[in-house]
Design a protein around this ligand. Structure first.
Ligand SMILES: *[C@@H]1O[C@H](CO)[C@@H](O)[C@H](O)[C@H]1NC(C)=O
Ligand SMILES: *[C@@H]1O[C@H](CO)[C@@H](O)[C@H](O)[C@H]1NC(C)=O
Ligand SMILES: *[C@@H]1O[C@H](CO)[C@@H](O)[C@H](O)[C@H]1NC(C)=O
Ligand SMILES: *[C@@H]1O[C@H](CO)[C@@H](O)[C@H](O)[C@H]1NC(C)=O
Ligand SMILES: *[C@@H]1O[C@H](CO)[C@@H](O)[C@H](O)[C@H]1NC(C)=O
Ligand SMILES: *[C@@H]1O[C@H](CO)[C@@H](O)[C@H](O)[C@H]1NC(C)=O
Ligand SMILES: [Zn+2]
Ligand SMILES: [Zn+2]
Length: 589
């Protein structure tokens, strides 16, 4: 039996075995894992790919992940046939005989096959999933489809496939599976089908109540994003002799896909898993142990430091710095730079494709790569104010942060370097909001704001509609959706004057509040329709996601010299435009 498995096993379940999927490999061909995404029709470049690294400090317990019920896992008569497709052989189980339900799954899943992933004889481990960065020696996958589904149906349903993943670990004295001579024989002899082992023989006494769950994909092309993953915490124990059989008998080594980014996905644990003490922070002191006043107590946090953000900016006290020149924006006009939108539970974050969009100039002194942008807001009332920065004591309805890191540093290095990160902050206010703006004390900037409001193009509204359309798809924390609309960063920023800004040294405004940020806060605001802004609190279901202002602690705030708002001729011009526009509108009505 097992010699058959050995010939099959490198291949995670081959969905369309006879087609282009055969062109891929783990090494030594054109389509190695980093090029699987290029395979015609493959989903390997998607945003819910597997395997992943399960970092237990980021995992949340889900009380709904109850116990599994397994049917016929002990039966040794469940193997049906072996199909030789020419390129591979598949071990199929008898239809609807080995099944399971529960474990937080919706419905019953029928097991189709199982197989293994391994490393090599040089002691390189070969599990696919990682646990806190650790790769186990091997991994077993029990692949199943939703009961009643054909394979073709299963791969097109987001929950069509459930895979049970088991780590396999070498120990001196395995107390579990494969420890006895008899069972080991199964792996070395030519065992007939009817002598086949059961699934439970393979699993041993792993505690099946302790598992992790996340939404992922098949780990071989076409990498269909149709898999609900269950990764059990306890490894199956084997001895070193057995482990060696896999690479030596098959002659293939290192048959595992590298870890894929979580891309905003949340990994959950069943209640039986003991997670490290929760370090979850929140914005409301009453909602959790770590409200803003206690962020400084979080392990590894800098939130009680001396150059924290956000701050109150007083335009009168800002020192003019002639070195704060124009920015250079690379690919801000690219309409396909956003990869996905994710709900972090604290904000809506749009993550960009890597290494495409850059910013330099503006006195930054380095080239910075744009990583993501996200929003801060308050609630859905008409005068809601949820910006993080205040300018001349005014808090604005929302704030957008474009987060960038120095191109010459890794992210790890950047968060530990003085100017490793640069954040561009844009205040957002309602378009056509004459009344509340003119009440502001920020005379020059806000009077310009008022004037500009009249000129805000309707296309801006269209762009923001496109963006906010995604919110309803990511209502649950830890969900992401691919961004497919043609929207550039320029589109989202509208006609804000990007030559007129404040500059100071600060921090990230969420834990760990790393003091690595060169801040740019633009003086002009982005204008967005109030009802579109309301969609953030209303759809996401959380509000007041902004950090209270931090003390300056002697820091200087600088301002660019270029300031269009002080140009008298321009003011007159804008005044005229606004006036004409109002009239036009009046006639139109
Ligand atoms: C799951 O199984 C474990 C051990 O068999 C048991 O202690 C626990 O109560 C069960 N949980 C539920 C929700 O039934
Ligand atoms: C278990 O397998 C046997 C055949 O081997 C079958 O008759 C029985 O229905 C199966 N049980 C379940 C729950 O599918
Ligand atoms: C459960 O699955 C059924 C059929 O596949 C589907 O109609 C139903 O919407 C699912 N329920 C949930 C909560 O996902
Ligand atoms: C394995 O067993 C089958 C019969 O069960 C036999 O036909 C085949 O020749 C055997 N192969 C080896 C390599 O012994
Ligand atoms: C504001 O949010 C509350 C719930 O938080 C909701 O009941 C209410 O309808 C919302 N109001 C508007 C104008 O959207
Ligand atoms: C930020 O800090 C660096 C190094 O401490 C210093 O050279 C730079 O002038 C500071 N910039 C601002 C805007 O304060
Ligand atoms: Zn697999
Ligand atoms: Zn932010």
């Amino acid at each position: 039996m097992l010699h058959i498995l050995f010939t099959v096993l490198p291949l995670c379940w081959v969905v369309s075995a006879s087609t282009s999927a055969a062109e891929w490999c783990y090494s030594g061909c054109d389509h190695t894992p980093s090029h699987w995404a290029d395979i015609q029709g493959a989903f390997c470049g998607g945003i819910r790919q597997s395997p992943v690294d399960i970092v237990t400090s980021e995992v949340k317990t889900d009380a709904l992940l109850g116990n599994f019920t397994f049917m016929n896992f002990t039966s040794r008569e469940v193997f049906d046939n072996i199909v030789n497709t020419g390129e591979t052989e598949k071990v199929n189980l008898k239809t609807d005989t080995v099944e399971f339900y529960g474990g937080g799954l919706n419905g019953t899943y029928s097991v189709l096959q199982f197989h293994f992933h391994w490393g090599d004889t040089e002691h390189h481990p070969g599990s696919e999933h990682l646990m806190n960065g650790k790769r186990f020696d091997m991994e077993m996958h029990v692949v199943s489809v939703k009961k009643g589904y054909t394979t073709e149906q299963a791969v097109t349903d987001k929950e069509g496939i459930a895979v049970l993943g088991f780590f396999i670990e070498v120990v001196e004295q395995p107390k579990k599976l494969f420890s006895t001579k008899k069972k080991l024989n199964h792996f070395t002899n030519n065992v007939s089908l009817t002598d086949a082992i059961s699934i439970n023989d393979l699993i041993g006494d792993v505690d099946l109540t302790k598992f992790y769950r996340y939404k992922g994909s098949l780990t071989t092309p076409m990498c269909n994003e149709a898999v609900l993953w269950t990764v059990f915490e306890e490894p199956i124990q084997v001895n070193a002799e057995l482990l060696q059989l896999f690479p030596t008998k098959t002659g293939v080594t290192n048959v595992y896909r590298p870890s894929q980014g979580l891309k905003g996905r949340q990994v959950y644990a069943s209640p039986a898993v003991q997670l490290p003490p929760s370090q979850h922070w929140c914005y409301d002191e009453h909602e959790c142990d770590y409200g803003p006043g206690h962020w400084g107590d979080l392990t590894g946090s800098f939130c009680a430091g001396t150059r924290q953000s956000p701050i109150k900016i007083s335009s009168n006290d800002a020192v003019v710095d002639n070195l704060l020149d124009a920015f250079h924006f690379k690919n801000f006009d690219l309409k396909s730079s956003i990869e996905y939108v994710t709900n972090t539970g604290h904000t809506v974050k749009c993550v960009l494709k890597e290494g495409l969009v850059e910013v330099s100039g503006g006195g930054l002194g380095h080239v910075y790569s744009v990583l993501q942008f996200h929003y801060h807001w308050a609630d859905n009332t008409s005068d809601s104010q949820g910006s993080e920065h205040l300018i001349d004591s005014k808090r604005y309805p929302m704030e957008m942060h474009i987060v960038t890191k120095r191109k010459d540093l890794t992210l790890d290095e950047a968060v530990r370097t003085n100017n490793g990160l640069a954040v561009l902050g844009f205040l957002i206010e309602a378009s056509g909001e004459m009344k509340s703006s003119s009440a502001s004390s920020a005379a020059e900037t806000s009077s310009q704001t008022v004037l500009k409001a009249g000129t805000s193009a309707p296309s801006n509204t269209e762009i923001w509609k496109l963006l906010t359309n995604y919110l309803s798809h990511i209502k649950d924390t830890g969900t992401s959706v691919q961004f497919t609309s043609a929207v550039s960063i320029d589109d989202l920023l509208g006609d804000v004057d990007r030559g007129s800004y404040f500059r100071y040294n600060g921090s990230l405004t969420t834990p760990n509040c790393n003091e690595a940020v060169v801040w740019t806060v633009f003086k002009q605001t982005i204008k967005v329709e109030h009802n579109l802004m309301q969609l953030f609190p209303n759809t996401m279901g959380y509000h007041n996601v902004y950090r209270p202002v931090q003390t300056l602690q002697g820091r200087t705030i600088y301002t660019s010299a270029a300031d269009a708002s002080f140009h008298p001729t321009l003011l007159v011009l804008l005044l005229t435009c606004a006036f004409v526009r109002c009239q036009t509108n009046a006639h139109g009505n």
